[in-house]
Design a protein around this ligand. Structure first.
Ligand SMILES: O=C(O)C(=O)C[C@]1(C(=O)O)C=C[C@@H](O)C=C1
Length: 430
């Protein structure tokens, strides 16, 4: 495996970084449980890292994806056929019987059973494959996203995906029940790719977790700092450690790869003695690397915020702090932004985040003024997070007002805020 096969187009390219690009996206999902020792080699000898196992798992998942995708398509076709003339609808969704409110039109049969009342279980169905929730994340075991999946859903089965988009698709195709994806970091800023994917896909934000990110510099055992000619990692991790690396005298090449743990795995698989990775202590353990330096992030309070995504939204409540995420656009661009934001200010609703992304469908607006010529304005999609639940009247009124000023508005989710106590110095991922 060469470095190119590990990399993808950066979601947040950092200035001065080499970033390797790869061929177009393909569905590659490796099925590796967080605790699955068959695919994660804990042997400290780098030469023994289980490439065959991981390769096989990847292949198995590729086949599983293909089968599942074809099943989804054929069951969708069947559903359409049934709804176009067939007598019966789908009898079960996600392992739960659906409510059949249409009486069977057969006089000889006994009366149709009365519909079962909805229960809490119907509103938030458990996964069809048992009690363990399957959670898709981008990266390989040892990535911070895997730790975030474990924090969001303790005891889940974490499913590594080679790209963010694959994690979205895994949930859409019912391969996974949830996806946990990074959206912003306190040092590196927003992970723009995931903002764009949130809009392109129809999943709902059902929660958030904030994970303290504690980076280590990893190398093969016995390697000294002086031997290094390059440092590889996820672009976010490289930017989060930029100043510390320079202070350490590591003014070597910095190269971006898909994820932090993938960088560690790559060094181990290729027995690279001139390369170090920025990754978690857990990645060092999994891929048999030594920790050359611990806590190399530029700020000890380095935190990444992840969102949890599901096929169905959760029902918003008012008995605990909630956050709501929306995205909107307006034909007149930024000129309505003040009006939109004042809808929240008048109701004392705090905004926690504003992000703007190019309006892909109409990136440029021309404004003609006969006297002065033609101005070209850039058009944006605005993403706003605010501290209120959609179950609150003030939030509903604010959104009703926002709708008046915007040409497009979508609620991405209303979900409980992560209120876990602040522990900036704690190490994670191990
Ligand atoms: O590469 C990883 O380990 C990831 O989980 C990805 C990611 C990111 O995309 O920001 C997550 C947390 C850290 O901020 C660094 C990298």
């Amino acid at each position: 495996m060469d470095l190119k096969s590990l990399t993808r187009i950066a979601s947040t390219p950092s200035v001065g970084l080499t970033h390797h690009r790869v061929a177009p996206a393909r569905i590659v999902i490796q099925c590796v449980s967080r605790n699955d020792s068959t695919n994660v080699n804990t042997n400290s000898s780098p030469a023994n890292v289980g490439s065959g196992q991981v390769g096989r798992a990847r292949h198995d998942w590729q086949s599983a994806c293909a089968i599942l995708a074809s099943k989804v398509v054929s069951s969708e076709q069947q559903d359409t056929e049934k709804s176009n003339g067939g007598a019966e609808g789908i009898s079960a969704v996600n392992g739960h019987p659906t409510l059949d409110l249409v009486p069977v039109n057969n006089p000889s049969s006994s009366p149709a059973p009365l519909p079962k009342p909805l229960s809490i279980a119907d509103l938030s169905p458990s996964p069809m494959h048992g009690a363990q929730l399957r959670v898709a994340y981008q990266g390989v075991p040892g990535a911070y996203s895997e730790a975030a999946a474990g924090k969001a859903y303790p005891n889940c089965e974490a499913i590594p995906c080679d790209q963010f988009e694959v994690a979205f698709q895994a949930v859409e195709l019912w391969i996974a029940d949830r996806a946990v994806l990074p959206v912003e970091n306190s040092l590196g800023g927003s992970i723009h790719r995931n903002y764009d994917l949130l809009l392109r896909h129809r999943l709902h934000i059902v929660g958030e977790v904030q994970l303290p990110v504690h980076h280590c510099l990893l190398s093969l055992p016995g390697v000294r700092k002086e031997y290094l000619t390059r440092v590889i990692s996820h672009p976010q991790a490289l930017s989060q450690c930029e100043h510390t690396l320079t202070k350490m005298g590591l003014t070597v090449a910095r190269e971006a790869v898909d994820d932090t743990a993938g960088a560690a795995e790559y060094i181990a698989l290729n027995n690279l003695r001139d390369t170090a990775a920025i990754a978690s202590a857990r990645a060092a353990e999994l891929y048999g690397l030594q920790i050359l330096a611990d806590g190399i992030q530029d700020d000890s309070g380095n935190v990444t915020r992840f969102v949890m995504l599901a096929r169905e939204p959760i029902i918003p409540r008012t008995d605990r702090p909630f956050k709501t995420s929306i995205v909107f656009a307006h034909d007149k661009g930024t000129s309505v932004l003040f009006k939109v934001l004042s809808a929240f200010a008048f109701r004392n609703i705090s905004l926690t985040k504003i992000e703007s992304r190019p309006h892909r469908n109409r990136p440029i607006r021309l404004v003609d003024d006969a006297n002065v010529g033609t101005a070209k304005h850039f058009e944006y999609m605005f993403y706003v997070d605010f501290e209120a639940s959609m179950a609150e009247v003030r939030a509903q009124n604010a959104l009703a007002e926002v709708q008046e000023f915007t040409s497009f508005l979508r609620v991405l989710g209303s979900y409980p805020m992560d209120m876990t106590p602040w522990t900036p110095s704690s190490s994670n991922g191990d």
